[in-house]
Write a protein that binds this ligand. Structure first.
Ligand SMILES: [Zn+2]
Length: 111
């Protein structure tokens, strides 16, 4: 575990704010034609499969839609002990990077 409970709570709040903000922005632009569901229970997938599914689902979406999908996905992982670690190599992502981009799930090397 790389994040303190306080840091985790902070990132969670940032993610929730980001989701609300992006949903509002996409609502006003009407850019919600392709809702993406990533509701597959994470436990049934390996992390690599989950990342690949995410990449496939993200292809063809606008930048803001992609960010929204990522933010929602990160929110589902926020209580996981692994949250804050790179989904690929397991290195710590770093709380400063998470504050800047809370939806990020990969370290700088794997992004
Ligand atoms: Zn990595």
């Amino acid at each position: 575990m790389h994040l303190s409970p306080q840091e985790r709570a902070e990132i969670k709040r940032l993610l929730e704010e980001l989701v609300v903000e992006l949903e509002e922005r996409l609502k006003t632009t009407g850019d919600q034609s392709k809702p993406v569901q990533l509701d597959e229970p994470i436990g049934r997938l390996s992390r690599m499969d989950a990342i690949q599914m995410q990449q496939m689902a993200l292809a063809g979406l606008s930048r803001e839609q992609q960010q929204l999908v990522r933010a929602r996905y990160a929110l589902r992982l926020i209580d996981d002990v692994d949250f804050g670690s790179c989904q690929v190599c397991k290195r710590a992502i770093g709380v400063d990077r998470l504050r800047f981009q809370p939806e990020i799930l990969l370290c700088t090397r794997c992004a």
